[in-house]
Design a protein around this ligand. Structure first.
Ligand code: PMP
Length: 317
């Protein structure tokens, strides 16, 4: 699925400018060496039709700055300031449907040495309309990738570092070229890590299981969200290493992440998972998730940053 239509305004070099004016030099360090860190955040149109609920905005901003810290980025922004800028950009763009935010920190210096220290850093943010990233109307066909998930002491895997996504891209291409939708990557020990752009859960005998954050995975915010839902719903959880063969005998398996939200997995390496990809526990969690993000339930309202876009939409006509 392609999402190329961006919204009109972006944040670039300290100010909000038309998207087309947010441009960098071809010599930019981040472009040459992948020395950037990014976030992916969703804003959902509330059931009231005039509010964008940004999901877990402070958590995403905090992780962005922590990813930046891995790159030794020095920026004059706190997580609160990044969050405020995203709210301001939402008002300016006044979207009329669900959106995706792409904030990123990058080494803006024009510099040839592949180092991290002492280079200029910048923050930029743009937005685009976004519905489902994977087709959520059917279970996903997954393969176990022949590409190994990057080890934390090769490129820190817990942060969202731009260059590291070559690893994801290799795995995603392989999955699609083999007729599947998504890849499951194993770590250097052959244990299950995550998808190319999402975390992974399996269900065995009513227990929701996911690899621990020390298992070369991104510290996913959706993963954390579902673990909290499970805790509150009284569903037992385990954060432990998962063997490849457990994938094949799991009762359910699903991907989760800001982009994919919750996507049940129907097959892995051609083997049907559970009852043909049905994911009753996953469905339960997904219902809780959508009730939360659409503002239909109050229980997790603290995870939403509501931004009214009604007045702006009216002005824009
Ligand atoms: N793993 C990877 C490699 C990802 O790119 C993503 C998407 N950000 C995730 C997991 C899920 O993380 P989150 O729930 O924070 O979006």
């Amino acid at each position: 699925m392609a999402f190329s239509q961006t919204l009109d305004y972006a944040f670039f070099e300290g100010e909000i400018v038309p998207f087309g004016e947010a441009k960098v030099s071809i010599g930019t360090h981040a472009l040459q060496y992948g020395t950037g860190a990014f976030a992916g955040i969703r804003g959902y149109l509330d059931a009231d039709g005039e509010t964008i609920n940004i999901f877990r905005l402070p958590d995403h901003c905090a992780r962005l700055l922590r990813s930046g810290k891995l790159l030794r980025a020095e920026l004059p922004y706190t997580a609160e300031m990044v969050a405020e800028t995203i709210v301001e950009l939402t008002r300016r763009n006044a979207p009329t449907g669900d959106v995706y935010y792409r904030p990123f920190i990058y080494k803006s210096a024009v510099q040839l040495t592949p180092r991290l220290k002492g280079l200029d850093d910048e923050l930029a943010i743009y937005m685009l309309p976004m519905g489902d990233y994977l087709d959520t109307t059917r279970g996903q066909r997954a393969i176990v990738s022949s590409w190994t998930r990057i080890a934390d002491n090769a490129i820190p895997s817990r942060g969202k570092l731009t260059g590291a996504y070559i690893n994801s891209a290799l795995a995603k291409d392989e999955a699609e070229e083999k007729g599947a939708d998504e890849a499951i990557m194993l770590d250097t020990d052959g244990k299950v890590a995550e998808g190319s752009g999402c975390n992974l859960f399996i269900v065995r005998d009513g227990v929701l299981i996911t690899p621990p954050i020390t298992n070369d995975i991104l510290e996913g915010i959706t993963r954390r969200t579902f673990l909290q839902f499970a805790l509150d719903l009284g569903i037992p959880t385990e954060q432990r290493r998962i063997d490849r063969s457990e994938l094949y005998i799991a009762d359910e398996a699903f991907f989760c992440g800001t982009g994919v939200q919750l996507c049940p997995i129907a097959t892995i390496d051609g083997r049907p998972i559970g009852a043909g990809g049905a994911s009753p526990l996953g469905d339960h969690l997904r219902t809780t998730f959508y009730d939360t993000v659409r503002g239909r339930s109050d229980r997790y309202r603290a995870w939403l940053t509501p931004v009214s876009v009604r007045a702006a939409a009216g002005v824009r006509g």
